[in-house]
Design a protein around this ligand. Structure first.
Ligand SMILES: [Zn+2]
Length: 276
């Protein structure tokens, strides 16, 4: 007779679980994630939350390690909920921070699927849309950009693929998709970035390097190409699922695009900084 891995009682010949125990366990796991997700997005009594999830854990055969991991999943769920209705609000950001503190959730775990980074990026975008220059990233070491006086680096993307277009026939429209007006900015929801990728048959990979974004320019620095473009020299921005395309205001200028891996953030960041 095998024993049930959940309740420890005999489970029957060649069996490791009772169907009911397994069901109870799975149900308990999703309940924990949803309880944590709700409080993480809306805020609420964290001591009560802790009691509730411990109660669920004890009746659903959930051990301490599993519970910790489920709380982290709940936090990730909360980040998704927070972004569902548009941009992360200040209230949502503090609810998420309080939840992180209360359960001592390690940043590394919260970022296993990129949720923590998304939170930081959301906060950066909100700052810009409120008309404030964000100071949320720490830069280690010098950057290869010759910044102007009063110019501030807002974000640096690493390992960015830079593409130049063979022809300049492709640029038709600027932005598309669902946008919402937030404070002083125009915010494009994540859903607006499901379309095209940066690289097409028309593009030539010119270099890979750092893409610096400041309040005045975008800078690129790679082994063979180094340049900056002032926002007031750009006539169109094109959103891609994995980056952004720009068209400079010059007769001979060909479209340029940067593959950062995150079109949602890159496009919202650059288009709103250019309007500041
Ligand atoms: Zn059992």
């Amino acid at each position: 007779m095998g024993q049930c891995i959940y309740c420890g009682k005999p489970a029957g010949f060649l069996k490791k679980t009772h169907k009911e125990c397994k069901q109870q366990h799975e149900q308990g796991k999703s309940e924990v994630i949803s309880l944590v997700g709700k409080i993480g997005a809306e805020g609420g009594d964290l001591h009560r939350l802790e009691n509730s999830i411990e109660h669920v854990a004890s009746t659903s055969f959930i051990d301490k390690d599993t519970l910790n991991s489920l709380v982290a999943s709940g936090w990730e769920r909360a980040v998704n909920i927070a972004f569902d209705d548009g941009l992360l609000s200040e209230k949502e950001e503090s609810a998420l921070s309080e939840l992180k503190e209360h359960f001592s959730l390690p940043q590394q775990i919260l970022d296993r699927n990129g949720a923590y980074s998304k939170l930081v990026k959301g906060a950066v975008l909100r700052d810009i849309m409120d008309g404030n220059l964000p100071e949320r990233i720490k830069i280690d070491g010098g950057l290869p950009f010759n910044l102007q006086k009063s110019e501030k680096v807002v974000w640096v993307f690493q390992n960015v693929n830079y593409y130049e277009e063979k022809t300049r026939t492709r640029y038709v429209g600027g932005s598309q998709g669902v946008s919402v007006r937030i404070a002083k900015g125009l915010y494009y929801r994540t859903g607006a970035f499901k379309g095209e990728r940066v690289q097409t048959s028309e593009t030539v990979h010119a270099d890979t390097g750092l893409l610096g974004v400041t309040n005045k320019h975008i800078y690129f620095a790679g082994p063979s190409k180094r340049f900056r473009i002032a926002y007031n020299k750009i006539v169109t921005f094109e959103p891609f699922s994995d980056g952004i395309g720009v068209q400079r205001d010059a007769q001979t200028a060909k479209p340029q695009s940067f593959q950062t891996g995150d079109g949602w953030f890159t496009y919202n960041l650059i288009t709103n900084l250019s309007q500041m």
